[in-house]
Write a protein that binds this ligand. Structure first.
Ligand SMILES: CC(C)(COP(=O)(O)OP(=O)(O)OC[C@H]1O[C@@H](n2cnc3c(N)ncnc32)[C@H](O)[C@@H]1OP(=O)(O)O)[C@@H](O)C(=O)NCCC(=O)NCCS
Length: 170
């Protein structure tokens, strides 16, 4: 059983151990570094420690942080719409952990952050992420063709979203 909680200084080692994987980096924005070191994990944990309200969480199994999930609210006219991003360590893939984490973080975005929309932009080739979003109740709105340059490759991204007025009904 996995749980979301605030990341703490004590999570540095496990977060770096699980995050230091090229296959994780390959599916995230370049601001997530590779190699992912303890120093990178420490900087991230310090960055999110002061958040008010909290928008980033550790994904924990038996109390150990094995990944993270975060919400990034927009600004100006998009201030009630948040992007969601996430990863967990490879040894935990395929157990439904991220589907649960996406559901929990999206609930939080609607109930606590009072967002109206949460969206995600998985690369089209990232079938596992698309599947986890669909299982969590997200709708595929379209394809953003040629929208990302990752690892020297021009990629298409799917646009998935969940809406506060339909959440829990799909
Ligand atoms: C993508 C990721 C978050 C998925 O997490 P997870 O905990 O394994 O996801 P879940 O187990 O909840 O769901 C994954 C689903 O995809 C399916 N799946 C995985 N690989 C697949 C593939 N190549 N083709 C088809 N389905 C696949 C799984 O079988 C599962 O579906 P099911 O329950 O119907 O069998 C995880 O692999 C990860 O952290 N990847 C690296 C970082 C990343 O991609 N982040 C997302 C960026 S948008």
């Amino acid at each position: 059983m996995s749980k979301l909680r605030a990341l703490e200084t004590g999570d540095v080692a496990s977060l770096a151990r699980h995050g230091n994987d090229r296959e994780i980096w390959r599916n995230l924005r370049d601001r997530f570094p590779h190699p992912y070191t303890e120093s990178d994990a420490a900087v991230y944990i310090a960055l999110v420690a002061g958040q008010q309200p909290r928008t980033s969480f550790g994904i924990c199994v038996d109390g150990v942080a094995i990944g993270s999930i975060s919400l990034m609210p927009g600004d100006d006219i998009e201030r009630k719409s948040a992007e969601i991003g996430y990863w967990i360590g490879r040894e935990f893939w395929g157990r439904g952990i991220m589907t649960d984490a996406i559901r929990a973080a999206t609930d939080y975005a609607f109930r606590t952050l009072e967002m109206h929309r949460v969206f995600a932009l998985p690369f089209v080739r990232n079938t596992a992420s698309s599947r986890a979003l669909e299982k969590a109740g997200y709708v595929r709105e379209g394809v953003m063709r040629r929208s990302a340059l990752k690892d020297g490759e021009l990629l298409d991204q799917y646009l998935y979203a969940a809406y506060d007025d339909r959440w829990g009904t799909t």
